[in-house]
Ligand binder design. Structure first.
Ligand SMILES: NC(=O)c1ccc[n+]([C@@H]2O[C@H](COP(=O)([O-])OP(=O)(O)OC[C@H]3O[C@@H](n4cnc5c(N)ncnc54)[C@H](O)[C@@H]3O)[C@@H](O)[C@H]2O)c1
Length: 384
């Protein structure tokens, strides 16, 4: 699956929607597990298309309604995906009430206000990443989800990548020994090339560049993905972060219309994990030549692993056991995995929790908040 495949209308694709590896597990559900689930989609912009296609392909799932504050976008989206109901607000949809679950694909700052009412009404919720615009809101959402006892999930899309899951499994079973060191990056270049359309002309890109529109810059947009990626594989959570952020001039007067372009474009984090490992995680929108590339290199006392991926494919490589002696790296097999979308629906049907949940989303948000605080304090080391 390519990034463009997720766009409402090419070429304005959402920045981080690629799956890296296209080999998703077959959608077929086990016999008897196709209990109907009625799904409501909140926010019908760029990334919502991926949600409509992925959820719509799961047997027994009906896309029953959409919500958007932009009526034209809502109508076009509902027409494209055959969705019968459309609402202008969460309150209208709740008054109607004929749905079981919600997927929230609104801009980052809107997640908090549009998710809490659904949780209070006992609806299962998948929410896009980052869970909220700050840790206080994310923690409140995690607590509300826990109190509601509903399935709650953050759409950290790279959990769909087989190579990442296999790397995490290998680390957990001790294949590389004790984890000591890692480096991870998420590289994009949509500010230096128009592969996904002209950033300066589309709200989809402009809100991502503006703090007052709730963006935490590249750190919150794709930094959260690579932070999850690295720490999920390492099997440990950060205890400390030190960070440097950079925001570059890109328009006259630093603004385009209502959008003040003050959110960070490059982020470099230095982390210590609870398991004692240290590593760097960085992300940029100025990585010219890289459209949407992720990499993780992780090393332990008994070997090393690499997960490398772009819009086309992902690979897992390892240097394990005897191979370490000669510095030999080999491609390793990675079994296919269910997508977040499939696991969200399966959890609703089974009445079980699903990961990554809101608590994970809040934990990541705490690292992001502390990274911003670190940057403001000249990259001071901050406890998480
Ligand atoms: N997981 C991934 O790989 C991935 C990829 C891309 C985007 N995202 C996330 O998806 C979310 C949406 O991103 P996008 O690129 O689709 O943005 P977008 O700007 O293209 O679409 C957002 C839509 O939400 C609507 N909206 C705004 N406020 C609303 C409200 N109060 N109620 C209902 N609708 C409202 C807007 O009108 C717009 O149609 C963001 O949180 C982003 O970080 C995730």
């Amino acid at each position: 699956m390519t990034d463009l495949a997720n766009a409402t209308t090419a070429p304005t694709a959402p920045a981080d929607s690629a799956q890296m590896a296209p080999d998703e597990a077959p959608v077929r559900a086990p016999e008897g597990s196709e209990r109907p689930v009625r799904l409501l989609i909140v926010g019908t912009g760029g990334m919502a298309r991926a949600h409509a296609e992925k959820f719509g392909a799961i047997p027994g799932v009906s896309l029953v309604a959409g919500i958007d504050t932009n009526p034209e976008r809502l109508k076009a989206f509902n027409d494209t995906h055959g969705i019968p109901q459309g609402f202008a607000s969460v309150q209208e949809a709740l008054a109607w009430g004929e749905f079981d679950a919600v997927t929230n694909v609104t801009p980052d700052a809107v997640h908090y206000g549009t998710t809490l009412p659904f949780l209070a009404a006992g609806k299962h919720v998948m929410c896009e990443k980052p869970l909220a615009a700050n840790y206080a809101h994310a923690a409140e959402m995690a607590q509300a989800a826990s109190l509601a006892g509903v399935v709650n999930m953050v759409n950290l899309t790279y959990r769909n990548v087989p190579a990442l899951n296999e790397a995490a499994r290998l680390v957990q079973e001790g294949a590389i020994g004790e984890v000591r060191h890692f480096e991870a990056s998420y590289l994009q270049s949509w500010l230096t090339q128009p592969a996904w359309g002209e950033w300066s002309e589309s709200p989809t890109w402009l809100w991502r560049l503006s703090k007052s529109h709730g963006s935490m810059g590249v750190l919150g947009d794709v930094g959260v993905h690579i932070l999850d990626f690295a720490t999920f594989a390492a099997g440990s959570i950060p205890t400390n972060v030190s960070c440097r952020l950079a925001t570059f001039d890109k328009a006259e007067g630093g603004r385009i219309g209502e959008y003040v372009l003050d959110a960070n474009d490059s982020a470099v984090m230095h982390l210590r994990l609870a398991n004692g490992a240290t590593g760097v995680v960085h992300a940029s929108r100025y990585a010219s030549g890289h459209l949407n590339d992720l990499s993780l290199r992780i090393y332990g006392t008994k070997g090393g692993l690499e997960v490398l991926g772009n819009n086309e494919k992902s690979v897992l490589r390892g240097s394990l056991g005897e191979d370490m002696l000669s510095g030999t790296w080999r491609d390793l097999p990675a079994p296919s995995v269910l997508t977040n979308y499939q696991r969200f629906i399966a959890a609703i049907r089974a009445g079980t929790p699903a990961l990554p949940d809101f608590a994970r989303g809040a934990a990541l948000q705490k690292v992001l908040d502390q990274a911003v605080a670190s940057d403001e304090a000249r990259s001071l080391d901050m406890p998480v």
